[in-house]
Write a protein that binds this ligand. Structure first.
Ligand SMILES: Cc1cc2nc3c(=O)[nH]c(=O)nc-3n(C[C@H](O)[C@H](O)[C@H](O)COP(=O)(O)OP(=O)(O)OC[C@H]3O[C@@H](n4cnc5c(N)ncnc54)[C@H](O)[C@@H]3O)c2cc1C
Length: 296
């Protein structure tokens, strides 16, 4: 196995163009497990650890440009206000050691349906900045996951950064596991309220072949909140609306039975998490200093 160690991003792109089968390694928390267990024996490893800009982020007017290798611990410490959903999801990843090494670029590279960043990225709205010697493109997060552990990257492309919309309202992340830490999600749910556009977005993890949005549930809730004047009044969401939202979120799942849980349990749990995260975010929204005149 050859170890390629580019000193700059340009060198990394050139190396990937020359060796499209080279496996990039960032934190190595997925790659090294695969190599150690002999699940993967790549001809080339492409080490991205000398490229400092991959560990940097920029907070813009509308979005955060998060370098592919920014570790989860840095997201938790520095971007809690701008990216609350992703910061909460980062908290649930593994252990402090893994959170100091692993990052969102690696989570996207692996594209496991159980990856914790995905529901938060889907709910917030994000684009993956993919680059090759041929140029740069922004891949909408909805189009990024193409199958079980498959993504939309071309063989010569690398992830440079992820552009994530800054929160304009409350966001939540909920994960079911067999214990509180060091656990792969049995299933997970991310929810973001977007008061500026009066919309909600969701993300479901580990309950379908890829991370998915519960689009019917979103459409139902958007219409119900709009028709009922909930955004203006801030009144409590009725149990009937919350129940239907949960049922539609559950219906968006296409899970399997595996060692971590049954399909039936996953569908049920996603519904519960959808209802709970809606309750939590809506309470935050109601309490965020908006006018509550007319609240029921
Ligand atoms: C003990 C343990 C517990 C874990 N717990 C969790 C958990 O709770 N939740 C969770 O989501 N994950 C968990 N993981 C998995 C892993 O930590 C995450 O997926 C992490 O985000 C991977 O990031 P990394 O930088 O280490 O990626 P790496 O291992 O370096 O790479 C992962 C994949 O992404 C590709 N890649 C990396 N960077 C780029 C790039 N810039 N461009 C293109 N492709 C790239 C690699 O080639 C590889 O295919 C766990 C892993 C371990 C070992």
């Amino acid at each position: 196995m050859d170890f390629l160690r580019p000193a700059s991003w340009e060198e990394a792109l050139a190396a990937k163009a020359e060796h499209p089968t080279a496996v990039p390694i960032a934190g190595g928390t997925d790659v090294m497990v695969e190599i150690n267990f002999d699940h993967r024996r790549p001809e080339y490893l492409l080490d991205l650890n000398r490229i400092d800009e991959l560990t940097e982020w920029e907070v813009g007017q509308e979005s955060v440009r998060l370098g592919a290798s920014v570790p989860y611990s840095a997201i938790m410490e520095n971007l809690r206000t701008e990216l609350p959903g992703l910061a909460l999801a980062s908290h649930t990843v593994a252990s402090p050691q893994i959170r100091n090494r692993g990052g969102v670029g690696g989570n996207l590279g692996t594209a496991s349906p159980a990856g914790d960043a995905h529901p938060a990225l889907l709910a917030a709205g994000a684009e993956v900045e993919a680059e090759s010697v041929r140029g740069t493109r922004l891949i909408p997060i909805d189009a990024f996951y193409t199958g079980v552990k498959r993504n939309a990257l071309e063989p010569d492309e690398l992830i440079r950064a992820v552009h994530i919309k800054k929160a304009d309202g409350p966001q939540q992340y909920s994960k079911v596991g067999t214990r509180n830490a060091m656990v792969i999600a049995v299933c997970a749910f991310g929810l973001a309220l977007h008061p500026e556009t009066r919309t909600v977005r969701t993300g479901i993890g580990s309950a379908a072949p890829t991370p998915v949005r519960a689009k019917e549930a979103e459409a139902f809730l958007n219409a119900a909140l709009d028709e009922g004047g909930f955004w203006e009044s801030g009144k409590i969401i009725t149990p009937a609306i919350a129940k239907q939202f949960a049922a539609l979120a559950s219906g968006a799942c296409n899970p399997i039975d595996d060692v971590r849980g049954t399909a039936k349990y996953r569908r049920h749990a996603v519904g519960i998490m959808a209802r709970r995260t809606l309750g939590w975010t809506w309470e935050q929204y109601r309490g965020a200093g908006r006018t509550l005149e007319g609240a029921a």
